[in-house]
Design a protein around this ligand. Structure first.
Ligand SMILES: C[S@@+](CC[C@H](N)C(=O)[O-])C[C@H]1O[C@@H](n2cnc3c(N)ncnc32)[C@H](O)[C@@H]1O
Length: 254
């Protein structure tokens, strides 16, 4: 891939090949809390952090998407992708490389895809992607993305996560509600056959949302990529084969 050589991954493929066996010990310092010391130690010993740096990815999260797509193949050349909660841009980098988005390398097929990323945080531009700085929960945010899309999407991604409060139930509810909103948006913009991938927490998708996804998609599964820390409750729901809006039970009910 060619985007300034900084968009990550020699072939857009994920992997931590050659990750060195790391064991960096961080000494506690007077001005550093124990949790900061633990965080620093984990970062320094994390092979994905090193691989992301080496391969020019903005985040180690890039490897999660790359790994899931390596297995389930939904980021195809020419694809139109919406990436919700995209900062700092690792997923956008992977998506741009794999759908060969405009501004990136069109590849042998010569087909360009599109990547639209959204986050309320400011971030550096990702070559080949259009970035909207917007809170997806704000009024009309979905319409702004739809306007930019000017048509259907093939893939809707959501890695959205609200800052944790430390209160387990509150954090669970917040992340699940982001996933639910993203899922509803996906059913409004996806083209038939499309894919929805979103972050959820261990315990998987809430029943009601799972029912909705199963009604709208041919296959629904939960995935935990290796790049997702084993001690993290994070996992992903992957819904593939969007059945199309005419088959939507919600539309039928209206
Ligand atoms: C785990 S990070 C995403 C990492 C990203 N996938 C990557 O590869 O770089 C989660 C992001 O979700 C964003 N986010 C959370 N709630 C949001 C909302 N309501 N609207 C827009 N972005 C949101 C956060 O600002 C944060 O940048």
């Amino acid at each position: 891939m060619t985007n300034s050589g900084k968009t990550g991954g020699k072939s857009g493929k994920g992997g931590t090949g050659g990750a060195r066996a790391l064991k960096v010990r961080v000494k506690t310092a007077r001005k550093r809390s124990n949790s900061s010391t633990r965080w620093l130690q984990r970062q320094l010993n994390d092979p994905y952090v090193h691989a992301a740096k080496r391969e020019g990815y903005r985040s180690r999260a890039a490897f999660k998407l790359a790994e899931i797509d390596d297995k389930y193949r939904f980021l195809k050349p020419g694809g139109r992708v919406v990436d919700l909660g995209c900062a700092p841009g690792g997923w956008c980098q992977v998506a741009v490389a794999r759908v060969k988005a405009e501004g990136g390398d069109a590849g042998a097929e010569g087909r360009h895809g599109r990547v639209i990323g959204l986050d309320y945080l400011e971030m550096d531009p990702v070559p080949g992607a259009t970035i909207l700085q917007l809170d997806f929960l704000s009024e009309g945010a979905d319409d702004q993305v739809k306007e930019l899309l000017a048509g259907e999407a093939d893939v809707v991604l959501s890695d959205m996560a609200a800052p944790t409060t430390g209160h387990k139930q509150t954090d669970h509810m917040r992340i699940m509600s982001l996933c639910e909103i993203a899922a509803h948006f996906a059913t409004e913009v996806l083209a038939p056959g499309g894919t929805f991938l979103a972050k959820v927490l261990r315990g998987g998708t809430e029943n009601e949302l799972l029912v909705l996804l199963k009604q709208h998609f041919k296959t629904v599964r939960h995935v935990k990529p290796k790049a997702s820390r084993a001690d993290s409750a994070e996992m992903y729901v992957l819904a593939q084969g969007f059945k199309g809006r005419s088959e939507s039970p919600l539309d039928d009910a209206e």
